[in-house]
Design a protein around this ligand. Sequence first.
Ligand SMILES: Cc1cc2nc3c(=O)[nH]c(=O)nc-3n(C[C@H](O)[C@H](O)[C@H](O)COP(=O)(O)OP(=O)(O)OC[C@H]3O[C@@H](n4cnc5c(N)ncnc54)[C@H](O)[C@@H]3O)c2cc1C
Length: 538
Amino acid sequence: MSDRSRNWWGWGWAEEALGDDEVAGLAQMVRERFADRDFSVIPAPDIAEVGLAPPRVDVPAALSGLVRTDDEDRARHTYGRAYRDVVRAVGGEFAHPPEMVIRPGDEADVVSVLDWAAEAGVKVVPYGGGSSVVGGVGATIEDAPDGWVSLDLTEMDRVLEIDEVSGAALIQGGALGPGIEAQLKAHGQTLRFFPQSFEFSTLGGWLATRAGGHFATGPTHIDDLVESMRVVTPAGVSESRRLPGSGAGPSHDRAFLGSEGALGVITEGWMKIRPRVGWKTSAGVEFTTWNDGVAAARELARSHLQPSNCRLLDAGEAQLSLGVEVGALLVLGFESAGEPLEAWMQQALELCFEHGGAAPGGVTTSSPTRDEEPVGDAGSVEAWRSAFMRAPYLRDGLIRCGVLIETFETACVWSDFDELHTQVTNDVLSALRGIVGDGQISCRFTHLYPDGPAPYFTVMAPTRRGSEVAIWDEVKTAASEAIGRSGGTITHHHAVGRDHHRWAQTQRSEVQRQMLSATKERLDPDALLNPGVLVDRA
Ligand SMILES: Cc1cc2nc3c(=O)[nH]c(=O)nc-3n(C[C@H](O)[C@H](O)[C@H](O)COP(=O)(O)OP(=O)(O)OC[C@H]3O[C@@H](n4cnc5c(N)ncnc54)[C@H](O)[C@@H]3O)c2cc1C
């Protein structure tokens, strides 16, 4: 049994959330950046004071063993974990919580829940780790006027079978990242899919959102690791065959990858696994200018080297996460189960040096025999990794001080990148100046392809208490319009949810919209599943 509990209003473990003193320290730091603003700290919310409306739907007798209706569980399942979600939770705003949380133990339970919901006219929102940052796991009153339930799949958390000959594992949809890795480790295997939200997100959630993992090049999306999937839809069960590849018509798995709980519940997937990594090498490469870093990143992406980590941070990101002053910082890494990587790192570094890069911390390496004690001191890489994992807890603390802090992401072809970067930066800064008078935006690359990067932006600004969500909506609209205008996608890996719906719709052609609607109507004729997501409301 874990002695830690999940935070019901913010990120991660309740015990890891920043204490009042730490939040006060953050407020002091922010005052130095944004002078003359009110960064007084508001207390963390108390569930006893929130007062959720009672459930509007009776607990179905046949499912009662799977149901919880206590305020804390319902509050935790009301929102995902975007800035706007945490703002509303900290403010005690839970206007439309789920009537109940249902935790199926197996696929038969999932079928029973969908059958009951169809009869009762109640909407069902599949819920994995609840780490959605796009409004994927809640419901508005328009979406579910007669009530909704949160279908929490985390009891379905097992690795059911391993095929070591083919290198694949059958994993249940509700398994969280650490549970998957612990079960595979017993067989010397790994999925090696590490999104920043790894600890608190599930296989089913990754598949349903087409999540992006830690590989900066190569198998960036979870899509690349799927062999087959099993999905319970209101119209029946869809199961694809286990095949390494197939040309037999359109891929059925593709219809469910990115379906965001609106077409069915992903109960299992055969996933491609690999032997555990033994060799790793990393380095932090500093550039004098952002443009030099971008040129080096582009060449690396177009080379044969395929670094596993290749995250370029601009000056603002490097300052924010590491407190270092550089034009740009490239966090570079290679990993392998089978061979030393120094030669690969050397080639990558030479390429960076040609663009004016320098690696003052040298190279850190670890091998199967000295895995616990890496040799070398690429200090900026380790510092970046730990800041990266701690960032969501800091974000929640900053929200309690009245800071607007949020991220958004996209992808575009290299030939559009400069224009996209300029337009997004200018439009967001001008929106911030117009609305709150100050603010900053920074950029990093999370994933890289030979034909383009996936830029990821962080916005930080003072905000006004009580108007936080409306202010962010305006800034986000400016950002999303600029992205659309300059050739980017509304999301590279965060998914669409409710927040990106209108921009995702404009990104689709009329025929594509009709294909999606027809699929929804056929698989979910009563529109039970995650209403308001993927297709327009009826
Ligand atoms: C701090 C932080 C860091 C993040 N880092 C990353 C990152 O590095 N990469 C990345 O891609 N994303 C990231 N995200 C976003 C989020 O973690 C991903 O979208 C993730 O894939 C969601 O998984 P989940 O299990 O939490 O799903 P949830 O948030 O519970 O659900 C997400 C969507 O999937 C649906 N869904 C969930 N489970 C199922 C299922 N079994 N069957 C059908 N539908 C289902 C839900 O209905 C919802 O629409 C981050 C979010 C936060 C807050």
